[in-house]
Design a protein around this ligand. Sequence first.
Ligand code: ADP
Ligand code: MG
Length: 565
Amino acid sequence: MSGQPETLEFQAEARQLLQLMVHSIYSNKDIFLRELISNASDALDKLRLESLVNKELLVDASDLHITIEVDKQERTLTVRDNGIGMSRDEVVTLIGTIAKSGTAELLRKMRETKDAASQDLIGQFGVGFYASFMVADKVTLVTHRAGESGATRWESTGEGTYEISSVDDAPQGTAVTLYLKPEDAEDHLFDYAADWKIKEIVKRYSDFIAWPIRMDNERTDAEGVTTREIETLNSMKALWARPRDEVKDDEYKEFYRHISHDWSDPLEIVHMKAEGTFEYEALLFIPSHAPFDLFMREGKRGVQLYVKRVFIMDDCEELMPEYLRFVKGVVDAQDLSLNVSREILQQDRQIQLMRRRLVRKVLSTVKDLLTSNPEGYHTFWTQFGRAVKEGLLNDHENQKAILDIASFASTHDGGKDTTLAEYVARMKDGQQSVYYMTGESRPTLENSPHLEAFRAKGYEVLLLTDPIDEMWVESVPEYDGKRLQSIAKGQVDLDTEDEKKDAEPQREQQKKDFAALLSWMGTALRDSVKEVRLSSRLTTSPACIVGDAQDVTPTLEKMYRAMGQ
Ligand code: ADP
Ligand code: MG
């Protein structure tokens, strides 16, 4: 039932991304093969899982693999898999559009920034299938969805439209054929029709892929005899299952790129293995920069879950709390069923224990950075601090551990943030509390009259300017036995007992002198304030407004109002 080819348009965002690919803004074109292999590998993962879970499905899962074929005469390169394949509708939605949230925004930013910076951005996004157009001026894709009859053919030059048609027959899975750009043939570095080049790229980027990547070569010698040679190019070793000292740094980095689509190196690698009643291996990465969608509702969160080397799911939120959503990686558990669902994961006690251990390990890894790599720590906190602080609101068990790795602006040093431990070490004799102030920005806080007395007496005050700070300070009573106290709330007593005794007569006198004024002001301002009292906290400002200890702060009030409450 082969039909007439139909010409369809790429979605606008897809078209823009394609433009960037066709004009190859990224200098490392080699990665197109990594993207195709990664898609093929995903398709094989999905097929295996589906064949295990859905026994009725009539699919062949016996020899799952990826094949690369090169036709040197035609200068084509084909990446073939016998995985899940795509239905016609899937081809249209998955290949013709970009479903990822935030794409339009990212593309806009890319256009605004210079070339070097846009490479960073594109790395965050993961170029995927379209990377083919960096090296090919035409791409065809023939795909047969496992369990369905009939197949689909797709073809495009990457210029705004593509052709799609039905084909009668095609093997299960997907074959992507690239018609390599003729100009690349001149440069042997970009000769993607050369065996050595293919082998090198596979080894470098895709060695750990769990499925065999085979090169299928047909050679015809001088006598016209044709031989066929099939070679497996990758070692297929699951990186997380190998002992740490046997894995090279570059291998970790490549693997990180594979799972995160982030082209920069990770900041930290956490490789752990748990033995005993519940066995698992985890290979986690802390990225070196925040993804663009860190604070978007639809942003990706969570790590990949494998069960006994079988890929089960992406974005497994049950394994990582939301405030550590930027952590990437793989967790491979030995004792779960392959059928495990999100509902089961949510209730499984072993999963909860595992998650607790993973969280503690991530937090302690960051804590180690504080001493072993202060610059790395600084990067971490700048990129992810705002997200991590969300944990102070809901992860009570790890509150102390989170506070240990947090740092804040402070009056101690205008240019450098301080940890709470450093603050406590600097506390004055007799100082009972950690003082802080929340507000919109550092300059606003620094000009605040509330600070005056603290400054005058040499007390350090933390300046908390993230909106989230307003919220967590309410649920964190203390650090290391020291109360956290807002200097804008209630009565703050800075004087020592002696100082108080000395000042007593003067204060009594002042109270008498100003009694009439205070009572008049109290009446005049009746609708706006609860009380007008003499203050010992000011040195140069005539007056300041303070909240009661249990009041919401002005910034929080503004936030609530903005949220319509
Ligand atoms: P990503 O892999 O990040 O989702 P891609 O652009 O690489 O983005 O691929 C888009 C989608 O097209 C994939 O998510 C997948 O659903 C589908 N796809 C691509 N290649 C294949 C393939 N070889 N087999 C099955 N589906 C594929
Ligand atoms: Mg992909």
